[in-house]
Design a protein around this ligand. Structure first.
Ligand SMILES: [Fe+2]
Ligand SMILES: [Fe+2]
Length: 474
């Protein structure tokens, strides 16, 4: 009898535990607040626009600086409308007409309006903090069981709700960190899988005859093979490593792995970084229109540099910024005087060589003046553009810097740049296989950073270093 009762109690306890965890999962994945009414959202929109005018900014700064965060909320988004709710519920209805036409108010009415908003914000803060704390605790309890889209939704809500207090802002950052760490763990697992499981032939079989595969044909057998063998999803356009640009399949696979990893990381680190991404894309597009071949080379170098940094065990932020620095390394080549020299067939004269070497300095200038770029990308891009032809043994240009005096991002990019230059087809020779390129690089080892070299060698020897049979066609 006693055993029966304790078994029943244990069952009840297990059920309760199950109920608790189900409730936890459901609670943090639910919106923290129901959206403000359509009328409030509509009247806040013109106020938000007005806040962005110079007069609006000035008054916000002098009257209620903490409200300036209101400008950043996207009211067209459900998380934005929900973030407005705690404040709107504490405001008198009559305020809607004032909010909708702030420019027509007298200075006294404006001051009153700001006071009302500031009061409502302050009054709502503790409720918002309490809900944020609860959701955060439940998310922490759910751990890896939490669905990524729920974590992202909570992150978005907390970001908008940061309007209410610094504490909510800290919760938002903690959730973002959690999401990034989780994505890193997943991407790490994906990386080891990719680098150990995917086995591709080192070279295109038909390339020796000088017959380039038709990469644009949808049913090209090599393309089908590559598509089958490479993982999805793709975040980058893999035409930059198609066989008509680089013949080595192993290299293509590594680049795809890099695109997969870095793209996943980038999405996790800053899901809303649309404007920052556009600025980088716009800058790269100017290189593409001047010189598509160098543009493709730059994309590949950036991805490989990011992968090497990753393999060196550097923090993921560092791998991401190195990858962008690498993509911008040859920006100077878009300039007309450099183009005139590099497009010229045949060997360069010493004077032409000097012009070509200027692409490092020109590139640094181009990136420095790209005002729309985010700070990290601009700083890294400048460093890499200027220093990517410096060599570890001090024999490089433009400043002949030596060893650790050269920024690490540039040392890594130099290695990726050198390898890619050997791997790609040139008008005067075919692109090499990985083994051929490595043989040449071994003889030049003094120019590479030893740690980057070690990581690079490990990258090539793991999983993709051999020449296994081609995957079967369907
Ligand atoms: Fe270069
Ligand atoms: Fe380059």
């Amino acid at each position: 009898m006693k055993t029966k009762r304790s078994a029943a109690l244990a069952l009840l306890a297990a059920l309760c535990l199950f109920c608790q965890s189900a409730a936890a999962a459901a609670s943090f994945s639910r919106p923290l607040f129901r959206g403000a009414s359509a009328a409030w959202v509509e009247s806040f929109k013109p106020f938000q626009d007005w806040m962005r005018t110079s007069e609006g900014r000035e008054l916000t700064t002098s009257l209620a600086p903490k409200l300036s965060y209101l400008q950043t909320i996207d009211l067209a988004d459900s998380a934005g409308a929900a973030a407005l709710a705690p404040m709107a519920s504490r405001l008198p209805e009559a305020l809607q007409t004032r909010l909708a036409a702030p420019e027509s108010l007298s200075s006294q009415e404006r001051a009153e309006l700001f006071n009302e908003l500031a009061r409502a914000r302050k009054a709502a803060a503790s409720e918002v903090e309490a809900k944020a704390a609860q959701a955060f605790a439940e998310l922490a309890e759910a751990g890896d069981a939490a669905a990524p889209e729920d974590v992202l939704a909570l992150q978005k809500q907390l970001k908008a709700l940061s309007l209410y207090s610094a504490e909510v802002g800290r919760r938002y950052k903690a959730v973002r960190r959690m999401a990034t760490e989780r994505a890193m763990r997943n991407a790490d697992a994906a990386a080891s899988r990719l680098l150990s499981d995917w086995r591709l032939p080192e070279a295109m079989p038909s390339d020796g005859n000088g017959v380039a595969p038709d990469w644009s044909a949808p049913d090209d057998p090599y393309k089908i093979r590559l598509r089958l063998a490479l993982p999805a999803p793709r975040f980058y356009d893999n035409r930059h490593w198609s066989p008509d640009l680089v013949p080595d399949w192993g290299y293509a696979a590594r680049l795809d792995a890099a695109a997969h990893l870095l793209g996943t990381e980038e999405k996790a680190a800053s899901p809303e970084a649309g404007a920052a991404m556009n600025a980088k894309g716009e800058l790269l597009a100017t290189l593409k229109s001047a010189d598509p071949r160098t543009h493709s080379h730059a994309i590949r170098v950036g991805l490989l540099a990011g992968l090497i940094a990753w393999k060196m065990g550097l923090p993921v932020d560092f791998a991401l910024k190195t990858s962008w620095g690498g993509r911008l390394h040859d920006m100077g080549k878009r300039e007309a005087e450099v183009q005139a020299v590099i497009q010229k067939p045949g060997k360069l004269t010493p004077e032409e060589r000097l012009v070509m070497e200027q692409h490092t300095i020109l590139g640094e200038g181009i990136i420095a003046s790209a005002r729309k770029l985010d700070g990290v990308t601009r700083r890294t891009g400048r460093r890499v553009a200027l220093n990517h032809h410096e060599t570890f043994d001090g024999q490089g240009y433009p400043q002949a810097r030596f060893a650790h005096d050269i920024p690490l991002e540039a040392r890594i990019t130099h290695l990726a740049d050198y390898y890619d230059a050997l791997m790609e087809h040139r008008p005067y020779r075919a692109g090499m296989s990985s083994a051929e390129a490595l043989k040449i690089m071994e003889g030049q080892k003094a120019r590479f950073d030893p740690a980057a070299w070690k990581a690079f060698r490990a990258l090539l020897s793991e999983g993709l270093g051999e020449t296994p049979p081609a995957p079967a066609l369907p």
